[in-house]
Design a protein around this ligand. Structure first.
Ligand code: Q9C
Ligand code: ZN
Length: 335
């Protein structure tokens, strides 16, 4: 399996996140990528294809905000990580405010996703990693490819960050694939959490199918997305498929849902598949509640591989750091 990584992704190291009413050590640590690298061995470096493919998914004003937010935070006299504390919800008007705190609220939806001095650079190289990993699939030089992206991406929308995510690596790769001539691309999201950003980005797009298996948002983050009745709109009607599962889910129930996803994806007939892979479905994940074992990951991957399409695997979550290298290797071994 081809594999890609850029060490500049390691510099992003947010200190804390709001958790159960207090500040806790941030779960999305640089050591996550280091342990995967230790297990997989050397990964190829990405090329730099610039900002244009990022701007096919994210708005220009959001990208400018993300690139400059931490400088502006420092200009305002602050130290540490930039994080919002008030959000323009409950039918507020779309005001264009310059105050950094107002913008942090405007371009985010939670208090778990701080912007550090290195966030833009790390996220930028994560997106380039996904784009470079896609390339051999586009030209038919490989059937599977792995992008070790960090920070993760699937909670980031066109104009918002959240859920430890800033740039939506899987969505950027999917749009690059359709731009390169694929009429249909499917994203299969098997992170523990619903990929709300990816869903929003392709909500009314008919050329990208988004299917997700995740913890029921009635009990789990991100709460406001991922319910089974969210199926897309307009040209994207019925190209979103959400299969929420209860806490405690083990492999047999997981595979039933996966078979539904695979049936729907096969019917959509994509030329290329992107897997948003989170190993936070793991039984020992510290912030999640499924019961998937290391030995289950090759079985899950094998079912996706049987779709027989070129497949890009993009790293999302997974917070049991000690086991993360083994879990990623197990998943990739199923292809
Ligand atoms: N600290 C991914 O797995 N949890 N993101 C907030 C309070 C947020 C996870 C709980 C979980 C986001 C990519
Ligand atoms: Zn997750």
């Amino acid at each position: 399996m081809l594999k890609y990584f850029d060490p500049r992704q390691l510099a992003h190291a947010p200190l804390q996140e709001m958790h159960n009413g207090g500040w806790a050590d941030h779960a999305e640590k640089p050591s996550r990528a280091e342990i995967v690298l230790g297990q997989l061995g050397d990964c190829a470096a990405p090329k730099d294809v610039g900002r244009a493919p990022l701007a096919r998914v994210h708005t220009a004003d959001y990208l400018d905000f993300l690139e400059n937010a931490h400088d502006r935070w420092r200009d305002a006299g602050r130290t540490g990580d930039a994080v919002g504390y008030t959000w323009p919800v409950v039918q507020r008007r779309p005001l264009k405010l310059d105050r950094i705190d107002a913008q942090l609220g405007r371009y985010s939806y939670d208090a778990g996703t701080p912007i550090t001095a290195d966030t833009w650079d790390a996220a930028y190289w994560g997106a380039q990693t996904a784009l470079t990993a896609l390339q051999p699939l586009l030209i038919g030089e490989a059937r599977t490819s792995f992008a070790l992206c960090r920070p993760p991406g699937h909670h980031a929308g066109a104009d918002y960050l959240g859920g430890y995510c800033y740039l939506n690596n899987a969505a950027i790769a999917a749009r690059a694939a359709t731009d390169a001539g694929h009429p249909r691309v499917a994203i299969i999201d098997v992170d523990y959490h619903h990929g709300n950003g990816t869903q929003d980005i392709f909500w009314d797009a008919g050329d990208v199918f988004f299917a997700s298996i995740h913890a029921d948002p009635a009990t789990d983050y991100p709460f406001y997305w991922g319910h089974a009745d969210e199926t897309g709109e307009g040209a994207g009607r019925d190209t979103t498929l959400n299969l929420p599962l209860p806490r405690g889910t083990r492999l047999p129930a997981y595979l039933e849902a996966l078979d539904r996803v695979i049936g729907a994806v096969a019917k959509f007939a994509p030329g290329l598949i992107i897997v948003s892979f989170g190993a936070d479905t793991f039984e020992e994940d510290p912030i999640s509640h499924f019961k998937i074992a290391e030995a289950d990951y090759p079985i899950i991957a094998d079912r996706i591989a049987k779709l027989g399409r070129p497949t890009l695997v993009v790293m999302e979550g997974g917070y049991a750091v000690d086991a993360l290298g083994r879990n990623v290797e197990a998943f990739l071994s199923g292809f």
